[in-house]
Design a protein around this ligand. Structure first.
Ligand SMILES: C[S@@+](CC[C@H](N)C(=O)[O-])C[C@H]1O[C@@H](n2cnc3c(N)ncnc32)[C@H](O)[C@@H]1O
Length: 263
């Protein structure tokens, strides 16, 4: 199994759509026809949930009619939020077949299948021509990607001149990560957290200009403490969440946002 197959196997462990539809039922909504809010943030697989997605959208200048590529689109929560709340048209690409199928089914059931679609594929070989998108987002995906130069070169290729790339990943602030599992990987074999400097270097290598960086670390700790005992992103199990919280508190890892523009 190559490492991309191992990443897809980690995420696509079966039954994800049923788990999400159970969330909808518990919210008292019809699992055949519901709103993105009825998923209660379970479809947003990143620190900060929908509030963080809104912040990224605002900082990236995403609005009505913006053509957005969602790289590593997961269960489609980000894509649906950008379409429903910001009026964007969104194409999601993800490595994990089960996630692409679940994202598509959830999107059909929320009536967003017009502006939102998904394709199975790799961030390292995006199935789009040069200059297709006004904006691209990479949200909690880079931790699974060894070759960040290639990741950002591909993102830069599909952005139009003036297009914006928003990156919101968990990055390495010090030392080495030793305690696994983490939410994105069961072992170090598929885990590649990197320091912000490695990200800005890779963005620069791709010909992008970095114009903003932010570290919502306090929000990361507070978010994990809040979801520990209640509803949170789908598939966030106890040991992975506990290890991530420890790493945040120790200052080893932190959620970091970066915004870059194609000149
Ligand atoms: C933690 S989830 C984040 C999903 C989504 N961005 C969100 O915030 O809800 C990471 C996702 O990245 C996908 N992924 C990891 N490596 C990838 C790659 N090389 N190409 C495409 N998708 C990838 C995984 O399949 C998974 O769905």
């Amino acid at each position: 199994m190559d490492y991309e197959e191992s990443v897809a196997a980690h995420y696509g462990s079966g039954g994800v759509l049923e788990r999400l539809l159970a969330v909808v039922r518990r919210a008292g909504a019809d699992p055949g026809n519901f709103t993105p809010e009825d998923l209660g943030g379970a479809d947003q697989l990143h620190i900060g949930g929908r509030a963080a997605t809104s912040r990224v959208a605002e900082r990236a200048g995403i609005g009505a009619g913006t053509r957005v590529l969602d790289i590593g689109s997961g269960l489609g929560g980000v894509a649906r939020h950008l379409a429903a709340e910001f009026g964007a048209t969104v194409h999601g690409v993800d490595l994990t077949p089960e996630f692409v199928a679940a994202a598509t089914a959830l999107t059909q059931r929320t009536g967003l299948a017009g502006p939102v679609e998904f394709t199975q594929g790799s961030a390292l070989d995006l199935p789009f021509p040069r200059g297709t998108f006004d904006a691209a987002v990479v949200i909690h995906v880079g931790m699974n990607v060894r070759d960040k130069d290639r990741l950002f070169a591909e993102a830069a290729r599909v952005l139009r001149p003036g297009g914006v790339l928003a990156v919101y990943d968990i990055m390495l602030l010090g030392g080495d990560v030793e305690a696994y599992p983490l939410p994105w990987a069961a072992t170090a074999e598929t885990s590649f957290p990197q320091p912000p400097l490695a990200y800005s270097d890779a963005l620069g290598q791709a010909g992008l200009e970095v114009d903003r960086e932010a570290k919502p670390l306090a929000e990361g700790i507070e978010f994990l403490e809040r979801v520990r005992d209640g509803a949170g992103p789908a598939g966030l199990d106890g040991p992975a969440m506990a290890n991530l919280l420890d790493a945040f508190r120790a200052g080893l890892l932190a959620p970091v946002e970066m915004y870059a523009r194609r000149p």
